[in-house]
Write a protein that binds this ligand. Structure first.
Ligand code: FAD
Length: 499
């Protein structure tokens, strides 16, 4: 194990990050016979810690304990994973192929080659087979049934979204790590398959700099953390390790990849185009019990307004509900007594604003994120919030609590309809997101892209990006499918070119 100062470690392919992109690259290349080393900043979380309390989960699985603000005129709460498996360990597992229209736009506007629906089909199919993507196998829970009822009453097309959770047992703790192993985070099968083919995975190892010379990446400098216990207290011992590599794939996610590249002096179109799906959550109270904390999260999405607006179901826990209700002021908190009758939903919009990622000025490995919502995003959020409220009222909700600070509870269609013209008070929007991408866009259009169609960083022979960063712009649907399919395609292209 390369773990001490001064050790010299050499690998053919170095993969930085073990999330959706990194695990796909590692498995594909290891199976094709390449020598692969994965470096992952986060810890390998033992099975027993999956499905624990939210407080434990935030410190175990998430970056910055789940508190990463995106600054800007409207601040946005962002969370991402930082553990073996990355954000896939805590995501909800909803799976979409990239819409055909999006793929066509990526080709036409960014010059991304070989990305049409037909070309991408085998890569989606591979990932879906690997993760067991499919519909929920049990009875649809009450929070899904009412959502379906509301969508039908409004005459809007809705559909169950397949998930990466074959045999889901409705533990309802996706965001704290699936304790039954049904949800296919990358640590479940993808990374073990890579390791079975000889890939090595070093966890608790954060890359601090990519070393490069004359357009070639030569390796990385990383910090290893060894956690030891002394006198009942845990202590981190740190040591530097230098790793030499023939090829480097940066898969550190949409915020850390551009921060790391920039910190290493690689800046061409890097970190200038962060995109997100801004999201507003709502809670609804129904006459009948929902028992949302004992069921899988609502499984349907309204497709009527895609790709600009998505209405869907959100992860539920009493803690998450309390945070949402707190936006409505102290009076709303009494509603916690009705938690059994409540479920949470969201409106998400296709990001058309602009954001940046820069390394922290503290040089502590963090990233500074900024995002300015466009006026069309804000309008779509307002319109989406109004539509979601109408749907929930038609579904039988007695009250709808919007994720807007100080906003009154919505009880009638007239009250819900007030934002149908898209007006929202921007100073009160309590926006969040778990979907970020496009911080190193990929395509042949050099005037706007950081990497070529296959993720190779411009100006470098052997440095590639393969994670959410390379999505040229917002896909308008949950992004994991797009990330994995592109990573698979790029790994195969790399292999063919190397052969
Ligand atoms: C709560 C939540 C729910 C979500 N729900 C869904 C969903 O239902 N469907 C969907 O499609 N998407 C969902 N997503 C988003 C999806 O999980 C991410 O878009 C996807 O995992 C991003 O893949 P990635 O490879 O870019 O980054 P990640 O999967 O986040 O992996 C990046 C990895 O790199 C590591 N890393 C970072 N910096 C370094 C460094 N310097 N050195 C070493 N390692 C480093 C990180 O620790 C991390 O493990 C959700 C996300 C969250 C947080």
């Amino acid at each position: 194990m390369p773990a001490r100062d001064g050790d010299r470690v050499v690998t053919e392919v170095l993969v930085i990050g073990s999330g959706a992109g990194g695990a796909t690259i590692a498995r594909t290349l290891a199976e094709l016979g390449h020598d692969v080393l994965i470096l992952e900043e986060g810890h390998r979380v033992p099975n027993a810690r999956y499905g624990g309390s939210p407080a434990d989960a935030f410190s175990t699985f998430y970056r910055n304990r789940g508190m990463t603000p995106i600054m800007g005129p409207i601040p946005i709460g962002f969370v991402e994973g930082a553990c073996v498996g990355g954000s896939t360990e805590v995501n909800s597992g909803f799976w979409h192929r990239t819409p055909a229209e999006t793929l066509i736009r990526w080709n036409a506007v960014y010059g991304m080659e070989d990305v049409g629906p037909d070309a991408m089909e085998p890569h989606f199919a591979w990932a879906e087979e690997a993760l067991g993507v499919g519909p929920f196998e049990g009875v649809l829970p009450p929070s899904t049934q009412v959502f379906q009822r509301g969508a039908q009453a409004m005459g809007w097309a809705s559909k169950e979204v397949p998930r990466t959770a074959p045999g889901c047992r409705e533990s309802n703790v996706c965001a704290m790590g699936c304790p039954t192993g049904a949800k296919q985070g990358m640590s479940a099968r993808m990374l073990p398959a890579a390791e079975a083919h000889g890939a090595r995975l070093l966890s608790s190892c954060r890359v601090e700099a990519i070393l490069h010379k004359d357009g070639r990446a030569t390796g990385v400098l990383a910090v290893m953390r060894d956690r030891t216990r002394e006198g009942g207290r845990s202590k981190d011992a740190m040591s530097w390790v230098r790793i030499e590599a023939e090829h480097v794939f940066v898969c550190a996610g949409p915020t850390q990849t551009p921060a790391l590249l920039r910190q290493s002096g690689i800046t061409f179109h890097v970190g200038n185009t962060l995109a997100i799906h801004p999201m507003l959550k709502v809670a609804a109270r129904f006459p009948e019990p929902m028992d949302a904390d004992r069921h899988v999260l609502p499984l349907l999405q309204v497709r009527e307004f895609l790709p600009e607006i998505t209405l869907g179901g959100a992860f539920f826990s009493p803690g998450h509900l309390a945070m949402l209700l707190a936006d409505g002021g102290p009076d709303s908190l009494d509603t916690m007594l009705e938690a059994r009758h409540m479920a949470t939903y969201y409106v998400a919009v296709r990001g058309t604003g602009t954001g940046t990622v820069r390394p922290s000025l503290l040089r502590n490995g963090g990233a500074r994120l900024r995002y300015t919502m466009s006026s069309s995003e804000l309008e779509n959020l307002g319109r989406g919030m109004a539509r979601l409220s109408l749907l929930l009222l038609r579904a039988g909700a007695l009250e709808v609590y919007p994720g807007i600070v100080g906003a009154p509870v919505i009880r009638t269609e007239k009250e819900a309809g007030r934002s149908l013209d898209g007006r929202l008070d921007r100073s009160r929007v309590a926006a969040t997101t778990v979907h970020a991408f496009s911080s190193c866009p990929s395509g042949e259009a050099r005037e706007r892209c950081a990497a070529d169609s296959w993720g190779r960083v411009y100006g470098f022979e052997n440095l590639r990006v393969a994670d959410a960063s390379i999505l040229p712009d917002s896909p308008g649907v949950n992004p994991q499918g797009s990330i994995m399919a592109l990573a698979r395609r790029n790994a195969l292209h790399f292999h063919d070119a190397a052969a």
